[in-house]
Design a protein around this ligand. Structure first.
Ligand code: ADP
Ligand code: MG
Length: 251
C-alpha cells in the first residue's frame, strides 16, 4: 500500500509575539502531521493558539522557529510574496465573519480571487465560480447580493470562494461562530461532503458537536498539543438535528 500523502508537516513549530518588552509564546514545539483526505478539528480555550496555528498553516504568518512543510515543500523560510503565491495556489481560507463584499453578487464574490490571481491561469473564472457555488448548494442564489442572503448562505458563499481555485487544503477558523445551531450543522455537514470528495480540511471550533463532524480532534492548551485523537463516533447532520428536537431538561 502506498503511504498517504502528507499535506501538512510541522516540526517543533513555535510562534512568539513581541509587544515591546512583553513576549507572548502563542505556540510551543507543535509537531503535527495532516495527510491528504484528513478532516481535523482543532479545539482549545480562547488564547490557546488555534488561530495562530491556522494562520501559519495557511501561509498568512510565519513561525518564529521550527519547520513547516506544505505538500513536502519547506515554506517557513519563504518571504511574504512567495507565501502569498503559495496561499493563492494551495489554500482556501474561511473565517467566522465570512469577509464577503456585501453589495456584490454571490457569483462576483466567488469569481474575484480568480480575477485577481497573479498567475493569470483562470480564464474561465465565471464557469469555475458557478461550479463552486453549485458544490455548496447555492445554484439558485448566484445573482443575489450577499447582504440579501442568510448567515448560513453567506458562509456557503465564503466556502465556494475558498474552493474555487481547487486548493490542496481548506482551513476554517470558527466557521460556525456566527450561526444558529441548525445553520452550523448544515455547514459542518457541507465540510463532511467536501471531505468525502477528497478535500483535506482543518477547522477550528470551540463547539464539541461541531468538532465531532471531523475525523480527528487536536486539542491545544497554552500553545501546545494536549491530545490528538481520531473521533470514534462522528456526529452527523441527522443526529445533530435529532438532539435539537429533544425537549429541554428531558432525559
Ligand atoms: P485562539 O485562536 O486559540 O483564541 P490565538 O492564536 O488568537 O488564540 O492567540 C494565542 C495567543 O497569542 C494569545 O495570547 C494572543 O493574545 C496572542 N496573539 C495572537 N496574535 C497576536 C498578535 N498579532 N500580537 C500579539 N499577540 C498575539
Ligand atoms: Mg482564534
Amino acid at each position: 500500500m502506498t503511504p498517504p500523502k502528507k499535506v501538512v508537516e510541522t516540526n517543533k513549530l513555535s510562534r512568539v509575539f513581541k509587544n515591546g518588552e512583553i513576549e507572548v509564546r502563542a505556540l510551543s514545539d507543535v509537531d503535527m502531521l495532516i495527510n491528504q483526505g484528513d478532516f481535523v478539528a482543532i479545539m482549545g480555550a480562547s488564547g490557546s493558539g488555534k488561530s495562530t496555528l491556522l494562520h501559519i498553516i495557511g501561509c498568512l504568518d510565519r513561525p518564529t522557529s521550527g519547520e513547516y512543510k506544505l505538500d513536502d515543500v519547506v515554506v517557513n523560510n519563504l518571504d511574504k510574496n512567495q507565501l502569498a503565491d503559495i496561499r493563492n495556489q494551495k489554500i482556501g481560507f474561511i473565517f467566522q465573519s465570512y469577509n464577503l463584499l456585501s453589495r456584490t453578487t454571490a457569483l462576483e464574490n466567488v469569481e474575484l480571487p480568480l480575477i485577481y490571481n497573479r498567475s493569470g491561469q483562470f480564464r474561465n473564472s465565471k464557469e469555475l465560480a458557478k461550479k463552486a457555488l453549485d458544490q455548496v448548494g447555492l445554484s439558485d442564489r448566484i445573482y443575489h447580493k450577499t447582504n440579501e442572503l442568510s448567515g448560513g448562505e453567506q458562509q456557503r458563499v465564503a466556502i465556494a470562494r475558498a474552493l474555487v481555485n481547487n486548493p490542496t487544503l481548506i482551513l476554517a477558523d470558527e466557521p460556525t461562530g456566527n450561526l444558529d445551531s441548525r445553520s452550523s450543522f448544515e455547514i459542518a455537514d457541507l465540510f463532511v461532503q467536501l471531505n468525502n470528495k477528497g478535500k483535506t480540511i482543518v477547522m477550528i471550533t470551540h463547539e464539541a458537536e461541531i468538532a465531532q463532524f471531523a475525523k480527528r480532534m487536536i486539542f491545544l492548551r497554552d500553545g501546545r498539543i494536549l491530545s490528538d485523537k481520531p473521533i470514534e463516533k462522528r456526529n452527523t447532520r441527522e443526529q445533530a438535528f435529532r438532539e435539537l428536537e429533544k425537549p429541554v431538561g428531558f432525559e
